[in-house]
Design a protein around this ligand. Structure first.
Ligand SMILES: NC(=O)C1=CN([C@@H]2O[C@H](COP(=O)(O)OP(=O)(O)OC[C@H]3O[C@@H](n4cnc5c(N)ncnc54)[C@H](OP(=O)(O)O)[C@@H]3O)[C@@H](O)[C@H]2O)C=CC1
Ligand SMILES: O=C(O)C1=N[C@H](C(=O)O)C[C@H](O)C1
Length: 273
C-alpha cells in the first residue's frame, strides 16, 4: 500500500540515536518522510540552531527546539529515543494531540509499561527495545527453539554496551528473557536473576540469568547461552554501528503510518514475523 508523505519529529535529536536517525534520513532519501522537528532537552544551548549543522551534515533548514508543544501542528509521528520519564511525557502529548509514536527508549519500569499500554488505547504506538532485524529474527527463533531445550538447559543472557548506557540489563536482554519465559510458560519475574552477588547456593534449574558489561564505545552485543552438561548453544548478535536501529525505527514509522487502528505494536508486527 502506498504511504502518503508524512512528517516526523525526533525527540532526543542530539543523542547518539537521534543524530544517527537524522543522518540516515538525509543520507538515504526517504521520499515519503520529511523531518519537521528536532527536539532536545530543555535549556540545551543549541536551541534555535540548525540541526543539520549541529550534527555535521550541513544546513537542512530545521531549527532545534526544546518544546514539543511548539511543533504540535507540524508533525504526524514522533520517534523517541530519550529516557523513560521523558518518553511518558511525550506519550501524553501524542495522546492529547492524536500523534503516532515510535518508541526506542529502554529502561521502562513495569509501571511505565502499564502507562504505555493505556495510551495505546487512544493512539498507535510501536515500541521495541531493539529495532535491528537481527535481534528480531533471534527473538522469532527463540520462540520456536526454547520449548525444545528450555527445561534441560541453563539459560543465561549477556549484554555488552558502551560506558554511557544508563540502564542494565539492556531492554533487549529483558525482551529476550520475556520471550524465553513466555515460550516456556514461566513467570518471567520469578525466573529472572539479575545478580548472584552474596548467593551461597548452587544455580537452580529454570533460572534466566542476566549479566551486563559496560565498556568503551561498544555499540551493542547480546549473547543467549543455553548450557547443559557436555554442550552449549550460543546465539549472538553484534551491532557494529547504530544504522540497523535507525533503519528499523524508520521502517516502523512507515508501517505505523499505514495502520488505521490504535494499539501497541512491536517489530514482530512491523516485520510480520
Ligand atoms: N530500540 C532500539 O533499537 C535502541 C534503543 N536505544 C535506547 O534509546 C535511548 C537513547 O539511547 P542513546 O541515543 O544512545 O542515548 P543518548 O543519551 O545519546 O541520547 C538521549 C538523548 O535524549 C536527550 N534528552 C534527555 N531528556 C530529554 C527531553 N526531555 N527531551 C528531549 N531530549 C531529551 C538527551 O539529552 P542530554 O544528553 O542533554 O540528557 C540525549 O541527547 C536509550 O534508552 C537506549 O537504551 C538505543 C539504541 C537502539
Ligand atoms: O543503549 C544502547 O546503546 C542500546 N540499547 C538498547 C537496549 O537497551 O537493548 C538496544 C541496543 O542494544 C543499543
Amino acid at each position: 500500500m502506498q504511504i502518503q508523505p508524512f512528517k516526523i519529529a525526533i525527540s532526543g535529536a542530539l543523542g547518539k540515536m537521534g543524530k544517527n536517525l537524522i543522518k540516515e534520513l538525509y543520507t538515504n532519501h526517504y521520499k515519503d518522510i520529511s523531518l519537521s522537528a528536532a527536539i532536545v532537552k530543555k535549556g540545551n544551548n543549541l536551541v534555535k540552531k540548525d540541526i543539520g549543522k549541529a550534527i555535521g551534515i550541513g544546513k537542512i533548514g530545521i531549527s532545534i527546539t526544546d518544546s514539543i508543544k511548539s511543533k504540535e501542528n507540524n508533525f504526524d509521528l514522533l520517534i523517541d529515543f530519550t529516557n523513560p520519564n521523558n518518553t511518558i511525557k511525550n506519550l501524553n502529548f501524542c495522546a492529547l494531540n492524536n500523534k503516532k509514536i515510535v518508541i526506542g527508549t529502554t529502561g521502562f519500569s513495569e509501571a511505565h509499561i502499564k502507562i504505555i499500554k493505556t495510551f495505546s488505547k487512544s493512539i498507535g504506538i510501536v515500541i521495541s527495545p531493539n529495532y535491528s532485524i537481527g535481534i528480531n529474527i533471534i527473538l522469532n527463533l527463540l520462540k520456536k527453539t526454547t520449548p525444545i531445550i528450555g527445561e534441560k538447559f541453563d539459560i543465561e543472557i549477556v549484554d555488552i554496551h558502551h560506558r554511557e548506557k544508563k540502564d542494565a540489563p539492556s531492554g533487549t536482554s529483558i525482551e529476550i528473557g520475556k520471550v524465553i519465559s513466555k515460550s516456556m510458560n514461566w513467570n518471567f519475574h520469578e525466573k529472572a536473576i539479575y545478580s548472584r552477588n552474596n548467593r551461597t547456593e548452587k544455580r537452580k534449574n529454570n533460572e534466566i540469568g542476566f549479566s551486563s558489561i559496560r565498556a568503551g564505545d561498544i555499540v551493542g552485543e547480546h549473547k543467549v547461552i543455553f548450557a547443559n552438561s557436555g554442550e552449549q548453544i550460543e546465539i549472538t548478535h553484534k551491532a557494529t554501528n547504530r544504522l540497523p536501529f535507525s533503519k528499523g525505527a524508520i521502517q516502523a514509522a512507515q508501517w505505523l503510518m499505514l495502520q488505521k487502528k490504535t494499539g501497541l505494536f512491536n517489530m514482530s508486527n512491523v516485520l510480520n514475523i
